[in-house]
Design a protein around this ligand. Structure first.
Ligand code: SF4
Length: 323
């Protein structure tokens, strides 16, 4: 019988990790981390550094593009991304050392791959620990992206961090329709709870924006849907609003297409045709959505939100859309 190749790197560390706890659907493990502050030199994302305290995300959004990150650990079942959550081993002293590399003017993105305020953060407080250490920095820009209202827990810390750095929180809300959100983002907090967190942060003086990413063609792309998110964001005190069309890598397609087949079978063929040759859509459809979002934003009286959008820009020559 042929022997399996030995695991190396992050896959070996994941295989050797220890279970911290389990709940009905999810197993939590610790993961040794060589670094917490990861250098990001791609011109297609607006960060110099990224920090992701967790690997995997139990919110289980059907369109999540980060599922591929579990494949680095040889976990190829796309469901493992939302049921096997890894918390990185926290060592404040070595993180403090790593922070010496971050220079004024640079940008740190927190939660660029998985949600830094997913439920286990309530107990482990890794994101909060990171923010506490970041207080030594001065002159940097620090962005946090989340779907969780738990971020409001850290409003005082975020306000303190913003005294010497530019700090921005972005909360993702794709729809105000709780039923639709329950389908597409089954374990994430309700949209109204997320908007309440926007209001709490804004009241505390923390710069907070809302993004309706991803815009799901034929599902969340109506003017009424996007307008309701923008208006709720404005009412909650958000200072920015933005929305970009779905980016759907093959690993995400393996979850999203069966989801469509079950819940939106009438749209499946158009999605398959549109995303068959790549993750991005180009052409008239995203241009129309961009104009629509601009008009909605102007009507709501809310600024454009661009820089914190960490979904990479499409490479030149990606495919034409069919929507
Ligand atoms: S909250 Fe973000 S990282 Fe988590 S499953 Fe949803 S899209 Fe993925």
């Amino acid at each position: 019988m042929q022997q399996a190749a030995p695991l190396i790197g992050i896959a070996r560390l994941a295989a050797q990790s220890t279970v911290i706890s389990e709940k009905r659907r999810i197993e939590y493990r610790t993961l040794p981390a060589r670094r917490w502050l990861n250098r990001c030199q791609s011109a297609r994302v607006p960060f110099d550094w990224t920090i992701n305290p967790y690997r995997g995300c139990e919110y289980g959004c059907k369109y999540c593009y980060a599922r591929f990150t579990h494949e680095f650990m040889e976990l190829r079942d796309p469901a493992a991304f939302e049921t096997q959550i890894y918390a990185k081993d926290w060592n404040p002293a070595s993180f403090h050392e790593e922070l010496r590399s971050a220079k004024p003017g640079q940008v740190i993105g927190i939660g660029t791959a998985t949600d830094p305020y997913q439920p286990v953060e309530r107990r482990l407080r890794l994101t909060k620990s990171v923010l506490s250490e970041l207080l030594v920095l001065e002159g940097l820009t620090i962005f946090i992206t989340t779907k969780s209202n738990l971020v409001a827990r850290d409003k005082k810390l975020l306000k303190q961090l913003s005294e010497r750095n530019q700090v921005g929180v972005t909360i993702t809300v794709t729809t105000m329709d709780a039923g639709l959100a329950r389908l597409t983002e089954p374990y994430a907090p309700r949209p109204d709870l997320r908007m309440r967190a926007v209001a709490e942060l804004a009241e505390a003086g923390v710069r907070t924006g809302v993004i309706a990413n991803p815009v799901l063609p034929l599902i969340t792309d109506s003017e009424a849907n996007l307008e309701s998110v923008a208006q709720a964001a404005k009412k909650a005190g958000a200072c920015e609003f933005g929305a970009h069309v779905l980016f759907l890598q093959p690993c995400a397609q393996r979850v999203f297409f069966p989801f469509l087949a079950e819940k939106f079978p009438q749209h499946l063929r158009r999605y398959e045709a549109s995303y068959q040759s790549g993750a991005y859509l180009r052409g008239a459809y995203p241009e129309r959505i961009e104009k629509l979002v601009n008009a909605i934003r102007e009507r709501a009286g809310i600024a454009r939100r661009d820089r914190q959008n960490f979904v990479p820009e499409p490479p030149p020559g990606s495919q034409m859309l069919l929507f």
